[in-house]
Design a protein around this ligand. Structure first.
Ligand code: AMP
Ligand code: GLY
Length: 423
């Protein structure tokens, strides 16, 4: 089979590495890809939002399956465009990707189908939002309705902060049109867990759990980022939590989407908060998480192409999804200053040390191939994943492997997976 992957981050590199293991696959293309993906796939200079070019390329090369990794093209309807041309594609159609594309939609869905989540109100005008805040309890959470690179969520400690937040999102349009509507949500406390799943419209199969570290600095300080590191499985995702979520959240979400005439095929990512009163949905994503994919996919035993085809064909009930009985930790190597301001273009040394390794992986995110070698080309540069028999060993291995790499302004968090010491 000829496969095209759309995207250019660590997630897409992890997807490409899984795809490369499938005996069904003879050729992998990636649009636009990065320097690391270029080692296992042919990268083509087409942006993820250039739908016409992607479709034309897939037709010309007779691509058997296009896998869309990123949220923007999914929410924008790339799957629909590919299907219109008779091409097979993995991911939700536009009418289902709204599960991630609109927080107001997903909150209304959860309310209508009794799926546990934080209490909320939706606002179309700043005036109404501001007046609601006058009698609200703090802290409180403001969420821009649309996609905002994971930055559209503000946790406000008091009325003053919340008012400034409403102004930034709805009036100053800090996140563009994503802020035309606003969800104001009850603040929850607890541990966060990410559970990714494959869905074929009716059947859902969950993958092993993971935990992300969203803040830029150690001790969960600093600004929210795309994610600075992950571990899998999460020891906090117990059998009881799993049972509760199976009963109240996973299948209920798939059934709710089907009942709304928005059949979901692809990946549903459940962002969960384990509160005192039980698990609650924080958010849905319609794709693999990044860096969650970098710890979950290397542990998956199945042929990813078989699983994805089953999602498209509605035969996921026949797949026995299984994961290795071990653990993985991913530490993101970023450019100093991320997520605000950082320099690019520094030579990366030590990449060759990962060649031929089977339990340590170097997934590329912001990298570029030049005549001088592979250089940094983004905020998140590399994701270093290591496996181990258990989380402690995986963590030790990951922090050893990050030392193999050097580039100017290399920055990482030193406490990824520290929480596992509490177990
Ligand atoms: P989201 O993009 O909705 O996952 O939000 C980003 C981050 O904000 C989450 O990972 C949580 O850490 C935090 N967050 C979102 N909603 C809430 C909430 N209702 N209560 C507490 N924290 C939240
Ligand atoms: N790591 C969180 C996300 O991919 O949204």
């Amino acid at each position: 089979m000829k496969i095209l992957i759309v995207g250019s981050g660590g997630r897409e590199h992890a997807i490409a590495a899984s795809v490369a293991k499938s005996p069904k696959v003879s050729k992998i293309y990636c649009a636009p890809g990065n320097a690391g993906i270029g080692l296992i796939a042919e990268c083509v200079p087409i942006g993820a939002m250039e739908f016409d070019k992607i479709t034309a390329f897939a037709k010309e090369k007779e691509i058997d399956l296009t896998i869309v990794g990123m949220d923007d093209p999914l929410v924008g309807g790339l799957i629909d465009e590919l299907e219109k041309e008779g091409l097979r594609a993995f991911g939700p159609r536009k009418n289902a990707a709204i599960l991630e594309g609109s927080k107001a939609f997903s909150k209304d869905l959860m309310k209508k189908y009794n799926i546990p989540t934080a209490a909320y109100e939706t606002f179309d005008s700043a005036k109404e939002a501001l007046s609601y805040l006058e009698s609200a309890r703090f802290p409180i959470v403001l969420k821009a309705d649309g996609l905002a690179l994971g930055k559209g969520v503000l946790i406000c400690q008091d009325l003053k902060e919340a008012k400034e937040g409403v102004k930034a999102i709805m009036l100053d349009k800090q996140f563009g049109t994503a802020g035309n509507r606003l969800v104001i949500e009850e603040f929850m406390t607890g541990r966060e867990v990410s559970v990714l799943s494959y869905v074929d419209g009716k059947t859902i199969k969950t993958m092993t759990s993971a935990q992300d570290h969203k803040r830029a600095l150690d001790g969960d300080q600093g600004l929210n980022t795309g994610g600075m590191g992950t571990f899998s499985p999460s020891p906090f995702y117990t059998k009881e939590v799993d049972e509760f979520c199976r009963k109240n959240i996973y299948q209920a979400t798939v059934d709710a989407m089907a009942a709304e005439g928005r059949e979901f095929k692809g990946i549903i990512f459940f962002g969960l908060m384990l509160t005192e009163n039980g698990p609650r949905v924080l958010e849905y994503n319609a794709r693999f998480g990044d860096p969650e994919a970098q710890v979950v996919l290397p542990r998956m035993k199945n042929d990813i192409i078989e699983v994805m085809e089953a999602c498209i064909d509605g035969t996921l009930d026949q797949i026995d999804l299984s994961f290795e009985d071990n653990a993985a930790v991913c530490v993101v190597l970023a450019s100093k200053g991320y997520p605000v301001e950082y320099e690019k273009g520094f030579l990366i040394e030590g990449l060759e040390k990962f060649e031929g390794q089977d339990s340590c992986f170097c997934f590329h995110a912001g990298t570029k191939k030049t005549d001088q070698g592979i250089v940094t080309n983004g905020g998140r540069v590399l994701g270093i994943t290591a496996k181990g028999r258990d989380l402690l060993e995986a963590r030790k291995n990951a922090y050893e492997a990050v030392q193999w790499i050097n580039f100017e302004n290399k920055y990482m968090r030193c406490d990824i997976g520290k929480a596992i010491e509490e177990v």
